[in-house]
Design a protein around this ligand. Structure first.
Ligand SMILES: [Zn+2]
Ligand SMILES: [Zn+2]
Length: 171
């Protein structure tokens, strides 16, 4: 199966393309091990620049005929979850946070382009790693957004408060 990934052109500044960019650089919210969206082994990913050149020349009849419009965007990750699960759900993030992440993701894709690695989903270097750190929720949103972070917060409580609990329970 052939699916596409949005190349870095102005034509690709729509929410669908941006969400896919964000997902590529964001860890999965539905499983613990996936560091970012990447294609399943059965999928061949191509850059969609040709597709968009074609649609710019085409007319409005292209609407509703996506099969002839070249391969659709990559939607499902190798981990089994989709683009929205990988930190790009507009409704959950709000427009401002979505745009912030989209800018970061676009910058990350520029770095990949410079390294000629746009379709290498396992590629990372120092700059990419440090930018990806900023893909996470801003601190103010963490407490309401992620139950898993709340759980891990308990484990960093000082040992004294834990022994306090133990005293209570052992009577
Ligand atoms: Zn996942
Ligand atoms: Zn994933």
């Amino acid at each position: 199966m052939k699916l596409s990934y949005p190349c870095l052109s102005e034509a690709n500044h729509n929410d669908l393309a941006l969400a896919l960019r964000i997902a590529r650089h964001s860890s999965c919210a539905s499983c613990d091990y996936c560091p970012g969206l990447r294609p399943p082994a059965s999928v061949e990913v191509v850059l969609d620049d040709d597709v968009h050149q074609k649609s710019l020349l085409g007319d409005l009849t292209q609407y509703g005929s996506d099969e002839e419009d070249g391969p659709a965007y990559l939607e499902t990750c190798i981990c089994g979850h989709d683009v929205a699960d990988h930190g790009s759900r507009l409704a959950a993030l709000g427009r401002e946070e979505f745009s912030r992440r989209a800018r970061l993701a676009t910058r990350l894709d520029e770095l990949l382009q410079e390294a000629d690695r746009q379709l290498d989903f396992n590629y990372a270097d120092e700059d990419i790693d440090s930018l990806r750190q900023q893909m996470k929720m801003p601190v103010s949103m963490v407490s309401i957004a992620s139950p898993s972070i709340r759980t891990s917060f308990i484990s960093v409580l000082p040992a004294t408060s834990l022994s306090c609990f133990r005293t209570i329970f052992s009577g």
